[in-house]
Ligand binder design. Sequence first.
Ligand SMILES: NC(=O)c1ccc[n+]([C@@H]2O[C@H](COP(=O)([O-])OP(=O)(O)OC[C@H]3O[C@@H](n4cnc5c(N)ncnc54)[C@H](O)[C@@H]3O)[C@@H](O)[C@H]2O)c1
Length: 425
Amino acid sequence: MPSLEEELFPSTPGKFKDRNRHFHRCFASTSTMFLWALFLIALTASYICFQSFMDSGNRYFTATWGGHHWEKNVINSAQIRRSHGGMSVLVTGAAGFVGSHVSLALKKRGDGVVGIDNFNNYYDPSLKKARKNLLNQNSIFIVDGDINDSKLLVKLFDIARFTHVMHLAAQAGVRYAMENPGSYIHSNIAGLVTLLEVCKNSNPQPAIVWASSSSVYGLNEKVPFSESDRTDQPASLYAATKKAGEEITHTYNHIYGLSITGLRFFTVYGPWGRPDMAYFSFTRNILQGKPITVYRGKNRVDLARDFTYIDDVVKGCIGSLDTSGKSTGSGGKKRGPAPYRIFNLGNTSPVTVPMMVAMLEKHLKVKAKKNFVVMPGNGDVPFTHANISSARKEFGYKPTTDLQTGLKKFVKWYLSYYGYDQGKL
Ligand SMILES: NC(=O)c1ccc[n+]([C@@H]2O[C@H](COP(=O)([O-])OP(=O)(O)OC[C@H]3O[C@@H](n4cnc5c(N)ncnc54)[C@H](O)[C@@H]3O)[C@@H](O)[C@H]2O)c1
């Protein structure tokens, strides 16, 4: 019978060894299991991170750029082809709704234009590809890349000395923020700062015109909205990122001498528009015989928007570029004060959503099936109405297209693009 001591410290080393091996085997299998569990947790976590990264529409890792042919395309596209006052503009978000229109208008008058867009899938990327094809046919090259890719931006500034940046790339839409908040931070905050960093370091620095939004007025009730009104009550994350953009650009103007113009767009609509916007999705549903959801405010008050036709907004963008004034810094150093401006680009005549639907019904010759629903508190505001006197004074901004006329043009484009075949709409 082994003593207790022997049990614990056996006299025969072999015995000890066996027990020791058993102990080690036990320990080894527990630690292996632990390691496997850790590995599986890490794998799941990386998969989730990767998915959300991809979901945010970031195509950062898949974008390809560089090479002789690519550089030649950039240089050709950036070339100014008019004798006086021409500019070479980097247009971010060029495959987007406003970006594609602004790019075409600039090119038409002989300015150099290079676009950049990450073709994310927030809405049907085939529409972005179609806009890109249209731009390509007009000798505008669009780089497939993300504004967070600072190496790409530095390269672009190296090979094409942009005089101006028209910054329109952003995560748009107010409701999507509840689904994918990270995409707003990625494009509207991180992307903006990456772009400003590159602009600030480039020599000469470009002047920057960028898209803020009427949504910065948030819960403001004073009408019409003037640039000096309070903008510290955003109703959505989208609005908050645009407001942050105004503060961030101010910092870069103040410290580095970048010339900055922020444009607060008011519900821009028209041909090649955005499928997530009401006038567009209503058109699709009406043609497909599907019901549309029309939001109402408290006490059944109709929502109203200062719908602004795309051609008017394009004129406002170009007027802003033409009057932007120079950045004063170089190589990251400020050499004097530079312009910092903010303008409303609206239409100054709000229309209620039911009136907009009635106009669509008229142009489509189809009655809509309307479901009226109380507006949920998910980011929308009850009305927007722009005071545009500052833009008028500064660069003669004067919108000329009323909603009836603009929607007629939109419907004409919609039917020619998607066809009349109800199945394909
Ligand atoms: N359309 C409107 O009514 C309206 C109103 C107020 C403000 N705005 C602002 O105007 C600008 C243009 O709007 P839009 O209606 O043309 O939207 P859009 O979504 O059609 O265009 C934005 C484009 O930017 C691209 N993009 C997004 N994130 C990017 C990134 N990280 N890197 C590269 N490209 C990226 C998208 O792929 C898209 O093609 C946006 O800044 C938007 O917030 C638009």
